[in-house]
Design a binder for this molecule. Structure first.
Ligand code: HEM
Length: 154
């Protein structure tokens, strides 16, 4: 594999890992957990899930701009000459990171505290907040992948 192809593969894998993970947790795990577990067990499970998943999201958060900027320099010789869809990708990346940082620095510590203190009602409210933010982020992520794959000529 050429170095250029390797950078491209890393970029796409990072995108798939992040967006696919959010899609799985929203569309599959969330309804399955509601069907199978009671309140406290649900909150404990989600805390474990987020703590593990967010390590991989951090890898994607770092890999996407590093590989993306690499491709901009290789494919388009700079930001100014990069197509508009790449600029849209960068803008939506900033939105996705902002939403992720909100969940990982504000909501997740709150969820951890509620679970440790066995304050299940507080934990449920925090989890609902995380669900909303992740719901928005998965939609933004799908839009970025669709735009990247379609490469519209706007
Ligand atoms: C700072 C952030 C980012 C930069 C600088 C960047 C840059 C790029 C560049 C230069 C390409 C190659 C485009 C081409 O050769 O036509 C690309 C492709 C791609 N990007 Fe990004 N990107 C970023 C973030 C993201 C994010 C957040 C996602 C999705 C969550 C994403 C998903 C993709 C995908 C799926 C492709 C492959 C498109 C295809 O060839 O079909 N990128 N990106």
């Amino acid at each position: 594999m050429s170095p250029v192809a390797f950078v491209y593969v890393l970029h796409v894998l990072a995108a798939v890992l992040w967006v696919g993970g959010m899609f799985f947790s929203w569309m599959i795990l969330r309804p399955a957990v509601i069907a199978a577990l009671e309140g406290p067990a649900r909150l404990k499970l989600w805390l474990q899930v987020f703590q593990r998943f967010f390590v991989w999201v951090w890898c994607a958060v770092i890999l996407l701009p590093v590989t993306g900027i690499g491709m901009i320099n290789i494919n388009f010789s700079g930001f100014q000459t990069a197509p508009r869809y790449v600029q849209v990708m960068i803008g939506l990346y900033v939105v996705m990171v902002a939403l992720f940082l909100r969940v990982s620095t504000l909501n997740l510590p709150r969820l951890r505290k509620a679970v440790e203190a066995e304050q299940w009602a507080e934990g449920a409210v925090t989890l609902a907040g995380i669900r909303r933010v992740v719901g928005v982020n998965v939609l933004v992520g799908i839009a970025v992948i669709a735009i990247a794959a379609a490469r519209p000529g706007f």
